[in-house]
Design a protein around this ligand. Structure first.
Ligand SMILES: [Zn+2]
Length: 450
């Protein structure tokens, strides 16, 4: 039986081809948008949502995250503070991922998915790392994601930082899940950690897998300088030159970061149709530099916004992206409202190969919508002020309603299906145990034998 939901009389930021913004209503039938009306009329439906005084956007899409990163919040690491990006991996991320088990993966997926939903994101692309919890771990992550009800790409981050075989085990886990993912909200993809922790053969095997199943291939690239130096020293090539020579770049490839890149490398990214996930807040946190996003735009590169497992609120990431390039270039014109909103919707959808189905409010698209109700409206909220409100004013706490695949998951700022107190209690129990194990890790310095 068909179930209908209508969203009535809101300011609709459509992100359609003409990027139209208008006052109107949206009708959803089952999991699809079936009608978009440009007036204030109320559309009859089984569930009618009043969007007056609100902005209606397509669900935001986070093109690069690590759901398990949420467990680092306040974690009791007793390690020397890192002084550069490589030490950041050695002293924080690698001890953290080596301590993780399936229960930790599950609870991080559930709580991070809920936080993403609560703050406006409806689709994400996640890579999990946990060398001591490889086989079957994506099923545990899937359980957490499905419980929350969000839409996600999940993957295991293949790395050979400890051994050759582990890299292939990581790819096997990706392939197993890609073949298994049957729920219409869940997808698999291929993930490789970074070029400085894998050999050429694994990179090529990852690309073959991505081509075989027509799924995205994602990899960290030139985040800190180490990736660049490693490739120059071992291969005599800059990072993107090595990836290009190996045939890794292409339309299905989504590289995260691309901070330490030169003009020749940007040309390779543009020429191959490779997409970039930009992570402004994480790059600031890790002090790795500022990606040349305005230059990427000039070359027509498809750039989207990721959170890299740091701050999950879509609006904080949008705002950081909007601001960082202005101060970096000493030019306020280098980033516009529309560009950062495109990065979080249509560009992100394109980077994951889902732009035919998601990223805009249009008839025929899947019904992933966010209704944002600014708690204070100091200026008129209308068609011309909506972008300004989204980029310069609201945050995740202003998200009133979230619809994923036609299902209302958040209403009035509250989860509809989830008892959040129960989830918090469960998280406290599992994560307390994880933190106890993590606190025992006192030293961790990996020797990169690659
Ligand atoms: Zn990352």
């Amino acid at each position: 039986m068909n179930r209908t939901v209508s969203v009535n009389d809101g300011i609709i930021v459509s992100m359609n081809d003409k990027r139209e913004v208008f006052r109107g209503s949206v009708l959803i039938e089952n999991n699809k948008i079936v009608q978009v009306e440009r007036n204030s009329s109320k559309l009859k439906a089984d569930e009618e949502i009043d969007a007056r005084g609100s902005i209606v956007t397509p669900g935001f899409i986070c093109s690069h995250t690590h759901l398990y990163g949420i467990l680092l919040r306040g974690a009791p690491l007793k390690l020397m503070p890192p002084s550069d990006f490589t030490q950041n991996l050695q002293r924080i991320w690698w001890p953290m991922d080596e301590t993780m088990n399936g229960d930790d993966a599950y609870i991080s997926a559930l709580t991070a998915s809920l936080e993403l939903l609560r703050t406006g994101t409806t689709t994400f692309a996640d890579t999990f790392s946990g060398p001591n919890a490889i086989k079957g771990v994506l099923d545990r992550i899937e359980n957490g994601v499905l419980e929350a009800g969000i839409r996600g790409f999940i993957s295991f981050e293949a790395t050979q930082r400890r051994s050759e075989e582990e890299g292939y085990q990581g790819l096997e886990e990706n392939e197993r899940y890609i073949k298994k993912a049957k729920d219409d909200k869940m997808s698999g993809m291929v993930s490789i950690h970074a070029s400085f922790t894998v050999h050429d053969d694994l990179l090529k095997a990852g690309k073959e897998l991505s081509d075989k199943y027509s799924v995205p291939l994602t990899i960290h690239t030139s985040e800190g300088k180490w990736d660049l130096y490693h490739n120059l020293e071992r291969y005599g090539k800059r990072t993107f030159e090595r990836l290009y020579d190996l045939g890794i770049l292409g339309k299905r490839t989504l590289v995260a970061h691309a901070v330490q890149v030169n003009e020749d490398e940007l040309d390779l990214i543009a020429r191959t149709g490779t997409s970039v996930a930009h992570n402004a807040l994480s790059n600031m946190l890790n002090a790795v530099g500022i990606a040349p996003v305005p230059e990427m735009f000039k070359l027509g590169i498809n750039v989207s916004i990721g959170n890299d497992g740091y701050i999950f609120d879509a609006f904080e990431n949008i705002r950081a992206t909007y601001l960082i390039h202005k101060v970096n270039k000493l030019d306020p014109r280098v980033m516009s409202f529309l560009q950062v909103l495109e990065m979080s919707t249509v560009n992100a959808a394109k980077s994951l190969g889902i732009h035919e189905k998601l990223g805009s409010v249009e008839v025929g698209k899947l019904a992933d919508l966010v209704i944002i109700k600014p708690s204070v409206r100091p200026t008129p909220l209308n068609e011309s002020s909506a972008y300004g409100y989204l980029v310069n004013s609201v945050n995740g706490k202003d998200v009133d309603t979230v619809i994923v695949n036609g299902e209302v998951l958040l209403k009035g700022g509250k989860f509809v299906k989830i008892d959040i107190d129960k989830v918090n209690t469960k998280a406290e129990k599992i994560v307390s145990d994880y933190w106890r194990r993590l606190a025992n890790v006192t030293e961790k310095v990996e020797v990169l034998g690659l």
